[in-house]
Design a protein around this ligand. Structure first.
Ligand code: TYC
Length: 128
């Protein structure tokens, strides 16, 4: 019984790690002798992705926004200028698409750097 307990704890941890539903691997699910046991396909779920976006404002200098896009989002000067102008004219623009942790880190460092430089530039994230 103790071993079964370990098995379930192991399954729960593995489930979280692999984004799978381990109930499909329940060893007691198909115990009827006359039931054919069908191998379950692992149901892998893709982790969600997040867009990191910049919002327009009337005060942050254009050059500062371009610098942010080049330094934190690895854009060329031309690409950074295009994205900056998109934000300036449309109100919002996408800097990149990342996993949750990477997106959160980018948002944090951009907002932190902007505040350090006394600019109101806002960066945020949205699930894709
Ligand atoms: N609108 C700003 C200006 O005219 C430029 C700007 C662009 C600000 C993009 C923020 O995310 C931004 N100086």
């Amino acid at each position: 019984m103790l071993e079964l307990n370990y098995y379930w704890h192991y399954c729960l941890a593995l489930e979280d790690f692999l984004f799978v539903n381990m109930s499909d691997f329940d060893p007691f699910k198909y115990t009827d002798d006359d039931l054919a046991v069908q191998e379950a396909k692992p149901q892998l779920k893709k982790p969600p992705l997040y867009k990191v976006v910049l919002l327009n404002d009337d005060f942050t200098p254009m050059d500062f926004v371009i610098e942010i896009l080049m330094d934190f989002f690895n854009m060329s000067e031309d690409k950074a200028t295009m994205v900056m102008l998109q934000v300036h004219t449309q109100g919002v623009g996408v800097c990149g698409v990342y996993s949750k942790e990477v997106a959160e880190t980018k948002v944090y460092i951009v907002n932190d750097y902007s505040r350090e430089n006394q600019h109101p530039l806002l960066c945020s994230m949205e699930e894709v």
